[in-house]
Structure formats: structure tokens, C-alpha cells
Design a protein around this ligand. Structure first.
Ligand code: AMP
Length: 304
């Protein structure tokens, strides 16, 4: 089954305590689509500027990502730059240049309108909603978000939440959204805002999945321990893309909690590979057999 992904396609500048790189391929849409492409064919909805390198387009095409929904507009591509602190867990955004994203009006190609699995990657919630408006009866809709939108576009985000099956956000964002310091209470407060499922990411400490508490739907997943941590950029997007891609492999009319649990493990595996290099360097070399090998290793070390 195809999976539709909307998000940013970006040129990133990334600074870590040991190295600085510029003009890297980045963006929530790029990371999400590449991660999902290891499982099912993604359809990417985004915009790039006239300066976007053809080599990056070639890479996305080489991953069998459908780019019919990728607009190329006059102007500069979305740019983001960020810096990681010494422990690599904390990041500071140094600059965001919306550029062609400022006037982005996502219009879905007809072939995308019946896509059953939808990942609304991290972009403004009003744009996420506009994409969702154009899809007929999707089977499963998930979205990612960030602190910026909770602060500057809360109303739009609250509107979107009512239409989601799953929201993915990190611990700080969950607390910010609910004003609730306890993550379990925060997750259930978010469920009351709309989505059936809430996934709270805790960076290197893993992720928690919350569904119906009456049915015992709770899963606490560690993260795969990575010694070779080079650049965490895109980890969250690869987590979401891997999760959505794995779900799209299923052929059940309704996504069950057990399937979601497994999807979270696959999302964590994809994220663990993404952080082993800047940009897509590690993912470019990644083979499906390595995903399965790390999944098996993850299972082995997490059992008790
Ligand atoms: P992550 O590390 O998973 O949070 O994702 C980082 C990626 O998201 C980078 O490649 C950025 O280009 C992209 N990004 C950062 N801020 C935004 C934003 N406000 N809207 C869309 N994409 C963003």
C-alpha cells in the first residue's frame, strides 16, 4: 500500500560539538519519505525552490519515492540551521527560512487522493489540514508536530488533532501542549483532544505509545542504543516515516494496537540508523537486511 507523506524538503546547516556541515539534504518530508521507502512506496507532497540540487532529486527518485506531488517553485528552498549541545540531546534552532514554503499551497495529484496511509510530517498544522482535506476516507492518519506550532498555531493544531488516528510528539511538546508535567497524564489529556493513539518520544530514552487504557493499550519502547552518534537531525522524522511505512505493509482494514507496537519498533530502528551520519549518508547505504538484523537484535536485548 502506498503511504502519502507531506513535510518539508530542506537544505540544512548542522553544527555538532565536533563538526559543522552546510547545505545538507534535510526536511521532515525527505527524512520521512526515505525511511518509509524501506517498506512501501511513498508519495511525497512538498515544495522546493529553483536552487534545489538535481542530485538530491535523483536520490529521492532512487528510493522509488513518487515525486508527482513535489512542486518546484521560483525562489529559494526552505532552509533550517541548528546546533547540538555537548550531550547531543539538546538542540538549538539557529535559523529558519521558510522561502518557498511561505506561499506553499499543497495540491494533491489525483492519484494521491485515495491513499490509505497518511503521514502529516512536521510542517504548519494549517498545511497538514489542507492536505488531509484532499484525501478521501484514509485508513490511518498520523501527524508529527513541534513546539513552534504548539506555541504559534495552537488553534490550528487543536483542529487537526480531532482528525487524527495518531499524534507523535516529544516529551517537552506533550508537556507544553497540555500544561501537564506527568507524561502519562499528558498523553491521556492529548487523547481527549482527538487522536485514538498518542506516541510520546523521549529522545535517546525511547518512546511510549498510549491507546485505550481500559483495553490495556500501553507500550513503553526503549531506543536502540547507538554508540556511533554523529548527527541526530531527522531522527524524529525517520521514526515517523518508518512507523508509517511499516503500517502500510499491513492489509487489515483497521490498524490494531499490536501492529502499532511493532511499527514503533521499526520506526526506532530507522531512527537509530539515521543518527549514525550527517544527513542521509548512512541511510544511502542501508540495506533491508540490516533493518531486520537490528530489529532482531533490538528484540533480543530488550527482553526480560
Ligand atoms: P527532527 O530532527 O526529526 O526534528 O527533524 C529535523 C528536520 O526538520 C530538519 O532536516 C529540518 O529541515 C526540518 N525542520 C526543522 N524545523 C522545521 C519546521 N519549522 N518546519 C518544517 N521542517 C522543519
Amino acid at each position: 500500500m502506498p503511504v502519502l507523506i507531506v513535510g518539508s524538503v530542506a537544505l540544512d546547516n548542522v553544527k555538532t560539538p565536533v563538526e559543522e556541515r552546510t547545505d545538507l539534504l534535510g526536511g521532515s518530508g525527505s527524512y520521512g519519505a526515505v525511511a518509509a521507502s524501506f517498506f512501501e512506496p511513498p508519495q511525497l507532497v512538498a515544495v522546493v525552490g529553483s536552487d534545489f540540487p538535481g542530485t538530491h532529486l535523483d536520490y529521492l527518485k532512487s528510493r522509488k519515492i513518487d515525486l508527482t506531488g513535489l512542486q518546484q517553485a521560483e525562489g529559494s528552498t526552505f532552509r533550517w540551521s541548528g546546533e547540538y549541545m555537548l550531550d547531543m540531546n539538546q538542540r538549538q534552532t539557529l535559523s529558519v527560512e521558510l522561502n518557498v514554503f511561505e506561499h506553499f499551497n499543497p495540491t494533491l495529484p489525483d492519484a494521491y487522493r485515495k491513499t490509505p496511509y497518511v503521514l502529516l510530517g512536521n510542517i504548519a498544522p494549517s498545511l497538514q489540514s489542507r492536505v488531509l482535506d484532499q484525501i478521501e476516507t484514509p485508513r490511518f492518519v498520523m501527524a508529527d508536530t513541534m513546539d513552534l506550532w504548539i506555541t504559534v498555531a495552537r488553534h490550528d493544531l487543536e483542529h487537526l488533532l480531532k482528525r487524527l488516528d495518531l499524534i507523535v510528539l516529544n516529551d517537552m511538546e506533550a508537556k507544553l501542549l497540555t500544561d501537564q508535567p506527568n507524561l502519562i497524564k499528558a498523553a491521556h489529556a492529548i487523547r481527549k483532544m482527538g487522536p485514538r493513539y498518542v506516541c510520546i518520544k523521549k529522545g535517546e530514552h525511547g518512546a511510549m505509545l498510549f491507546g485505550d487504557p481500559g483495553a490495556g493499550e500501553f507500550f513503553s519502547c526503549p531506543s536502540f542504543p547507538v554508540a556511533n552518534l554523529i548527527d541526530p537531525t531527522g531522527a524524529g522524522d525517520c521514526f515517523a516515516g518508518g512507523l508509517a511505512g511499516h503500517l502500510a505493509r499491513g492489509d487489515q482494514p483497521v490498524v490494531k494496537f499490536a501492529e502499532l507496537r511493532q511499527a514503533i519498533v521499526y520506526g526506532s530502528v530507522l531512527a537509530s540508523y539515521a543518527v549514525e551520519s550527517f544527513s542521509f549518508e548512512r541511510l544511502r547505504k542501508l540495506r533491508p537486511a540490516e533493518i531486520e538484523a537490528r530489529y532482531a537484535e533490538f528484540q533480543r536485548i530488550s527482553q526480560f
